[in-house]
Design a binder for this molecule. Structure first.
Ligand code: ATP
Ligand code: MG
Length: 284
């Protein structure tokens, strides 16, 4: 099997000191391979968001190791971390976090702008991403002209437009009615079928049931980790739906998402300006 997309070992997160100490994570270990679709469930306060923030390189653990695409995240500088977040991870939040009074397509383009992609290419890729979530015909709509489910699908398009190794979603359907939840879950199903790697946090059994693997957290520890369906990576150029996703993927961060330089242990994140798409690794 290929190198895991993410690998955490004995993660611990302790907030506060003395009387106020909270052990939010008590030694979490998990490995996620490319193409997996993992749901993390647990009651309020069980450590889900804490874990997600560490997986997203938004926060650091108190103890333990986290390798993202083979790279020990704890060894990265702040600028390398920012680059890894932009290049390797697509975030989807409960609150959508779209920029108001800004068209859907401009919202989706934003991460590409940060990555220094030229305007025409940005537009092309943003439109392709909107097409994947079924909203190409809403490209010019601003967030307040879209339903909640549509706004979340724009947020999904924005998360996948950089062709990240990992899509991380924290309660992505938490603000949605059941029809919109269904629409968003259908997009996740399609992305999963196309070989994307997805980790999603949810309170909802219905959401957890759709994933390929279900992990339950209780009080900062994994209590169950069940495979619900196998990881199946699509063959190259298989179905049309896959081809659609690949059209966003191939040709830019293409088949990969490493950086200009590599070490034997993994990727070295150079400055953004030196970033060049590598070949091969993540093409089906
Ligand atoms: N910045 C912080 N400082 C102190 N304690 C914190 C902090 N963030 C989280 N905690 C505590 O850590 C524990 C885990 O919180 P976390 O936000 O990860 O839970 P969660 O599973 O995401 O809950 P929810 O389902 O309500 O979002 C909780 O007891 C919480 O109070
Ligand atoms: Mg939370």
């Amino acid at each position: 099997m290929s190198r895991p997309v993410l690998e955490v070992q004995d993660l611990k997160k302790i907030y506060g000191t003395g009387e106020a100490t909270v052990h939010a994570l008590r030694g979490v270990s998990m490995t996620v391979h490319r193409g997996d679709y993992v749901a993390i469930m647990g009651s309020s306060g069980s450590g889900k968001s804490t874990l997600m923030n560490i997986l997203g390189a938004l926060d650091i653990p108190t103890f333990g190791s986290y390798k993202l695409d083979g790279v020990e995240v704890g060894t990265l500088s702040d600028s390398q971390l920012a680059l890894a977040r932009n290049r390797l991870i697509g975030f989807i939040f409960q609150a959508f976090n779209l920029i108001p009074r800004t068209s859907a397509v401009a919202n989706v383009e934003l991460p590409l702008a940060y990555a220094g992609v030229k305007p025409r290419e940005r537009r092309r890729r943003a439109m392709a991403a909107l097409d994947i979530v079924g909203l190409a015909d809403r490209a010019d709509h601003e967030p307040n002209q879209l339903s909640g489910g549509q706004q979340q699908r724009v947020a999904v398009a924005r998360a996948l437009v950089t062709e990240p190794a990992l899509l991380l979603a924290d309660e992505p359907t938490g603000n949605l009615d059941s029809k919109s939840t269904d629409d968003v879950l259908q997009v996740f199903d399609d992305l999963s079928a196309a070989g994307r790697t997805i980790v999603i946090i949810t309170h909802e059994d219905e959401v957890g049931a759709r994933a390929k693997r279900l992990i339950r957290l209780v009080d900062g520890a994994i209590v169950t980790d069940n495979r619900q369906s196998p990881i199946e990576l699509p063959p190259v150029g298989a179905a049309a739906a896959h081809a659609k996703v690949q059209s966003v993927t191939n040709g830019h961060l293409a088949a990969g998402h490493g950086a200009a330089a590599r070490t034997t242990t993994g990727t070295t994140y150079g400055p953004a300006s030196s970033y060049a798409p590598p070949v091969g690794r993540h093409s089906a």
